[in-house]
Design a protein around this ligand. Structure first.
Ligand SMILES: [Ca+2]
Length: 191
């Protein structure tokens, strides 16, 4: 009996070795997973920070235009506050690329260039300037064209009594799914 205890059989030794290896492999894979998760969380945080900077840049540009011309860019007589996309005329106006919309040629906006069609400014194959989010979709912009100091909160659009935001300019991204109507993943300048 004593001999058996002090000299465990080969099977038991092999089993312990296998258990040790399995434990080591488990430990390594968990460590790798945690590292990957950390890195993707960091990348996501950086991307969100970049989008917030874009919001700020656009907002400052639109307000700068308003100060210079005493009206918001693309303001019309009917003061329609329907959201617009961050592409085309609004960008041409803000970037002094349209002499009618910006006759004094003030460059209010100087965005970063997009990388691989994402997260910045680009001109598409049809020649349309576009500012896109980190998923490659244009932002939504809403401007207080009627000058009452409020904009309807797009998140409450479907409610019977839509809420308003006390803001001159609001900007938002449709998020990862690219759909501005699903708010779970949207990123908004006022939130
Ligand atoms: Ca308004």
């Amino acid at each position: 009996m004593d001999d058996d205890k002090s000299a465990p059989n080969e099977g038991w030794v092999a089993l312990r070795a296998v258990i040790l290896v399995v434990c080591l492999l488990l430990f390594i894979s968990i460590a790798v997973l945690i590292l990957q998760f950390d890195r993707s969380a960091e990348q996501k945080a950086q991307a969100l920070h970049a989008m917030r900077s874009s919001f700020k840049g656009l907002e400052i540009a639109i307000k700068g235009y308003q100060t210079e011309y005493n009206r918001y860019p693309l303001a019309t007589a009917n003061a329609d506050e329907t959201p617009m996309l961050s592409e085309g005329k609004i960008l041409k106006a803000l970037m002094a690329e349209d002499s009618e919309l910006n006759p004094r040629k003030v460059r209010f906006l100087d965005p970063y260039a997009a990388r691989g069609g994402k997260g910045g400014y680009l001109v598409d194959s049809a020649g349309v300037p576009r500012m896109v989010d980190i998923y490659g979709q244009p932002y939504r912009i809403c401007i207080d064209y009627d000058g009452d100091g409020t904009i309807r909160d797009p998140q409450s659009e479907n409610k019977t009594q839509p809420e308003t935001l006390s803001s001159g300019v609001i900007i938002w991204s449709g998020g990862k799914d690219g759909d501005p109507a699903t708010w779970k993943d949207n990123l908004a300048s006022w939130q």
